[in-house]
Design a binder for this molecule. Sequence first.
Ligand SMILES: *Cc1c(COP(=O)(O)O)cnc(C)c1O
Length: 231
Amino acid sequence: MNQYRDALQTIGKAVALAENSYQRKPNEVKILAVSKRHSIEAIQALYDCGQKAFGENYTQELVMKAEQLSKLGIEWHFIGPIQSNKTRLIAATADWVHTIDRLKIAERLSQQRPQEREDLSVCIQVNISREASKSGVMPESLRMLAEQIIRLPRLKLRGLMVIPAATSSFELQRSAFAETRKHFDYLNQTLPLSTPMDTLSMGMSGDMDAAIAEGATMVRIGTALFGQRPI
Ligand SMILES: *Cc1c(COP(=O)(O)O)cnc(C)c1O
């Protein structure tokens, strides 16, 4: 229990320090607790310390945890790769989806979002480091996908999400996030949006500072909050 309070406080301080160092507004950066492979008890403990937004990568795990914790009022974010046969469960369960990278998935989520739920908040995942192994739309196809998504009912385009190529170089981390931010600003200036996008989902335990320096509004933190993931 104390372990979670301490971890949350440590990350909160690190975020506040980075906001201050890089001329960001206080509390502009939200922490998403990435709970994949961690237990219901661990989520409950972190929730009791005040953390309300949690991210999951696997559909079955999201559905099971959301069901078991349905009394709490957690905001659930889906942040894993999406297979088209899983969209119905995701549309019924998640409040946010960060990993839309093709039209087919967006169309299915749009069609399958239950009537009684609010519009689904979505981010487009961009393959900013152009890695063959990674999900995400290639940067040159981003604008077309965004144009298509904003026409779909029941989805609200909130922003962009990236997982850049892993590197320990702060400067290289920063440049991938800076490039993401350029795409974000360009889309916000040129798309016919009724409400501007407000979310840059970027930065994890290992590259959070660089992401905050370049405009992240949501950092996705697993290990630094929960410890190592069980295998
Ligand atoms: C697992 C995961 C994270 C959290 O990574 P940590 O290094 O444990 O902080 C963030 N984003 C995505 C998409 C993930 O899959």
